[in-house]
Every structure is written in structure tokens, then in C-alpha cells.
Design a binder for this molecule. Structure first.
Ligand SMILES: [Zn+2]
Ligand SMILES: [Zn+2]
Length: 343
């Protein structure tokens, strides 16, 4: 069982050399008991700002969840700092497959109630009673097992562009909603089947696996480090890749390609496409899948009304927006009724 980041000093050195002057995109999380998140937050900000870290970091009493980028040359210093924090020593770092120097543009360290907005009551079950962590190799073996039920713990717009072969991909917008749906669908198999789950970087499965054990599932497994680390292990160890398409990520890159399969379709014309864009109309900003042709035909907008607004001078657009809150269409993602193509 692999509990922590196994990047050796040598592998780290190779990574840094490969990146040269470039930045590395990294994510990690750790559940821990943090007495004073404010003080910890300030400490992180001061130290990481000096190391030119950019990213989005959430700190709470329950732990830390960080997505960031750092100049490759500062990576060693960053690692030394992490190891100096007792609960971050040897924390597993998920390092992006596709690097992009612009993955993050600012350093934001925020104190939150929770490190993931999961909508769960922490006190209802023991979050430390987690599923069995498996690496890529063992995960691949589990997928060959006829007693395995594979579940994608992410939302519909994430699994739409990429998921593991034969995975159940709940049609949900939130993590909380998927928990109940999966439990209902699998209620007759709490004892006889192996419940195997995965998510982007592993954090959602930490809670989900504990939740399902609490609900009576006897054999619960989770992919350690999520899709991000799976892809890295497949590459490093030359394993069979069972992931199809792209891994949706929450930074400027929007996704990283894991296999050449294009499993999604343009939401406007239905052509094979797996590129997410935001509607160019600032007041809309809807996240959806749009092919290049539709992009040029629609001026990068999701609908004709948005195209009209977007064609107005900026000052006039601003006037139209005045007094209106952010559009709630943003949260509909690929589900908006303005999108003509539905699977
Ligand atoms: Zn199209
Ligand atoms: Zn729009």
C-alpha cells in the first residue's frame, strides 16, 4: 500500500531539470487537526509568496487543500518547507502531466470551514475510517475483477470528457448528490461487491470511502492520488492505461489529456469534441463544450442572445450588467437549455 508521495530525490531532480526555468503545477491535500487556521494561513502565505508560489489554497480546522504552481528551481526549497510542517512531511504531491506556466496567476490562501465543500456533516461518521488505498497497478487489477463496481466520484461535466472504462458516472452537479444516488443504486451489493472509486486527485474519495463504509459497504477501495497520479504511474511504470479521454482540472488548463480518445461532443453541433470553453459574454460565462467551427460561428458564445450582447461595446455591456448579480447559468455548465445538442 502506497501511503505517501514516492517521488524520490532523484525523480524530483529529473523533473526540475526537465522543467528548466518553467513552473510546475502541483496539487496536494491533507486531513489534519489545525488548531488555528488563521495563523497557519499567514505562515503559508509569507513563506510561499517568497518562493513565488501561485495558486489556490484552502486551510481549515480539518486540514489543507492546495492547488498551485511553483518555479521548478524553487521546488526543493518548497519541499523542505512542507517537510518542516509536521502533518505535511512526505505528503503525496500530485504533479500535473501537462505543465503550463499560466495554470495559476495569483497566490490565494483562504481560511474556510472545510477544505472541500462536500455538504457532509463531519460528525455523522468517522472520516479516518477510509477505504483501502490502491495504486495504478492494483487499480488496473481490480478493474478486471468481475466483482468490482467502479464509481466515478466526480460531477457530470468532469466525467463527460474523460473517465475509466465501464465506470458508473453519476449525472450530478455536486459531490453530495452523488453519494445518495450511488448508495441507492448499489444497496443490494454492500457485502458481495467491491466498491472501487476514483476522483481527480483523491481528496473526494477520502470522504466518500469513509461514508460508504459507514453506510455498510464491506469492501471499499479508492484510487490513491486520483486520476492525476494514475496517469503519472501509467507513464512511469509503463502500465496499461484504462482511462479514456481527458482529466478535468480546476485551473486555467481546464483539463489534461490522458488518452487520445475523444468521448464527448460539442454542445452546439454534436461533433466529437472535448474542449471546455467559457461563453465569451462576461455576463454569462457558461462553461460548455464547443468545437472550433461553432466557436467561430458563434463568436465563442453559448447562444444567439449572448452573441448579441458580446457584440456590443464594452461600456454598453457593463450598463446591461449593472445591478444584476452573476448569472446563475454559470453553474449549469453543460446543462443549460441554450445548448442545442444533448446526448
Ligand atoms: Zn460544434
Ligand atoms: Zn452565454
Amino acid at each position: 500500500m502506497q501511503l505517501y508521495n514516492t517521488l524520490s530525490a532523484k525523480e524530483r531532480a529529473a523533473l526540475i531539470e526537465e522543467a528548466g526555468q518553467d513552473r510546475l503545477t502541483i496539487s496536494f491535500y491533507q486531513y489534519a487537526h489545525i488548531g488555528n487556521p488563521e495563523i497557519f494561513r499567514n505562515h503559508l502565505f509569507i513563506t510561499w509568496n517568497e518562493l513565488d508560489v501561485l495558486g489556490r489554497i484552502y486551510v481549515a480546522h480539518e486540514g489543507i487543500n492546495a492547488q498551485l504552481s511553483i518555479p521548478a528551481e524553487n521546488f526543493e526549497a518548497f519541499k523542505v518547507h512542507l517537510d518542516s510542517v509536521s502533518f505535511l512531511e512526505n505528503v503525496r504531491l500530485n504533479i500535473a502531466i501537462e505543465q503550463d506556466n499560466l495554470s495559476f496567476l495569483k497566490l490565494k490562501v483562504k481560511v474556510r470551514k472545510k477544505i472541500v465543500a462536500d455538504g457532509l456533516n463531519d460528525h455523522s461518521f468517522d472520516v479516518t475510517d477510509k477505504g483501502i488505498h490502491v495504486g495504478a497497478e492494483q487499480f488496473n487489477e481490480l478493474l478486471e475483477d468481475p466483482d468490482t463496481i467502479l464509481v466515478d466520484m466526480r460531477n457530470h461535466y468532469e466525467s463527460e470528457i474523460g473517465h475509466f472504462k465501464n465506470a458508473i458516472t453519476p449525472d450530478v452537479d455536486t459531490f453530495r448528490a452523488s453519494l445518495d444516488i450511488i448508495e441507492k443504486d448499489l444497496k443490494d451489493h454492500k457485502e458481495d461487491k467491491k466498491l472501487v472509486m476514483y476522483c481527480t486527485g483523491g481528496i473526494r474519495c477520502e470522504k466518500a470511502s469513509a461514508y460508504y463504509k459507514h453506510k455498510g459497504f464491506k469492501q471499499v477501495y479508492q484510487l490513491e492520488g486520483g486520476i492525476i497520479d494514475y496517469a503519472r504511474q501509467v507513464e512511469n511504470k509503463n502500465l496499461e492505461n484504462k482511462f479514456l479521454g481527458k482529466n478535468f482540472v480546476f485551473d486555467h488548463r481546464r483539463s489534461e489529456r490522458i488518452s487520445d480518445d475523444v468521448i464527448a461532443q460539442c454542445h452546439q453541433c454534436g461533433k466529437a469534441c472535448d474542449t471546455h470553453v467559457n461563453c465569451a459574454n462576461e455576463a454569462c460565462h457558461l462553461l460548455f463544450i464547443q468545437c472550433e467551427e461553432c466557436g467561430s460561428k458563434m463568436d465563442n458564445c453559448c447562444s444567439d442572445p449572448c452573441k448579441e450582447v458580446n457584440a456590443l461595446p464594452f461600456e454598453e455591456q457593463k450598463k446591461l450588467r449593472k445591478g444584476k448579480g452573476a448569472s446563475n447559468k454559470i453553474f449549469k455548465k453543460g446543462r443549460s437549455e441554450v445548448l442545442k445538442f444533448k446526448q
